[in-house]
Design a protein around this ligand. Structure first.
Ligand code: PMP
Length: 279
């Protein structure tokens, strides 16, 4: 498919950026990922709102009104996307003097493409995660392209046969390397609050809304390492995985290792909301 770079539509191998781009030199940029179901972007206003917030947080000038919505639509139509994941990346731009402080206000570098997405219409088999200390910075709420901590933690998890790390800071669970976590204990759904320690996942927000519609009791409170052995259910959320039940944390089996009833309810509600979106 065609990719977008700074106003042009190009074959992927034709898309090139300067070695002086601040994304390359400093990882000075942000990104956003939007799922597309049957040619329609899912929860797009929420994703674009987060994109605007990320840009504002690091003081990169935003694009004109309607730009991102238009680019979203063009990516879908030009690539005839049915199910896919849109990727947006914006860096501060390029200048030949390497300096932590940019010398002027630069023209941001804007890149976008689409990759295939496998939609879930059943309940995924429960997967394993491993506990790690959250070694990332303290502004995890910004969707920064600087992902070294996330990548290291993801590699640690992968080496131990887990799909994700379960990260903790000072004993409290924050999130995953590219997902948010929800725990169930005594019928109550717990997830870390959307502060500077986590990326406010759009899937997380959607699951919270679905839980409210189902009248499930929810607390946006971090659960702790000490409570892990006692959890009834655990699942993670992300745009690509949707709702993924967790069977095991290290050697701790959650519930009986199968998808719990509350997780199952939310998976079904999620599928239902996708069907409503497609209708
Ligand atoms: N946390 C982190 C650190 C992530 O990278 C992601 C995925 N981009 C998420 C959570 C999940 O966010 P979303 O539901 O918007 O995909």
């Amino acid at each position: 498919g065609l990719v977008y770079l700074n106003g042009e539509w190009l074959a992927p191998e034709e898309a090139k950026v300067s070695v002086f781009d601040r994304g390359f030199l400093f990882a000075d940029g942000i990104y956003e990922v939007i799922p597309v179901y049957q040619g329609r972007p899912f929860l797009v206003e929420h994703h674009l709102a987060r994109l605007h917030r990320s840009l504002a947080a690091i003081n990169i000038p935003d694009q004109p009104e309607g730009f991102w919505q238009d680019l979203t639509n063009q990516l879908i139509t030009r690539n005839q996307v049915t199910d896919g994941l849109i990727y947006f990346q914006v860096t501060r731009g390029a200048e030949t003097k390497r300096s932590h402080l940019p010398q002027t206000v630069l023209t941001p570098t804007v890149f976008a493409n689409v990759s295939p997405l496998q939609l879930h219409w059943d309940t995924p088999a429960p997967a394993n995660v491993v506990l790690y200390e959250d070694i990332r910075w303290l502004r995890c709420d910004i969707k920064s392209i600087s992902l070294l901590g996330n990548i290291m933690l993801k590699q640690f998890a992968e080496q131990r046969g887990a799909i994700e790390p379960l990260l903790h800071r000072d004993g409290s669970i924050t999130e995953g390397a590219s997902s948010n976590y929800f725990a169930v204990k005594d019928g109550v759904l717990y997830t870390a609050p959307a502060d500077h320690l986590i990326l406010p996942g759009i899937t997380r927000m959607w699951v919270l809304q679905l839980a409210a519609q189902l009248n499930l009791p929810v607390r946006e409170e971090a659960f702790t390492i000490r409570e892990l052995a006692q959890l009834d259910e655990l699942f993670l959320t992300s745009s690509s995985r949707e709702i993924q039940p967790i069977a095991k944390i290290d050697d701790i089996i959650i519930g009986n290792g199968r998808c719990g009833p509350l997780t199952q309810k939310l998976v079904e509600a999620f599928h239902e909301s996708k069907r409503a979106h497609l209708a």
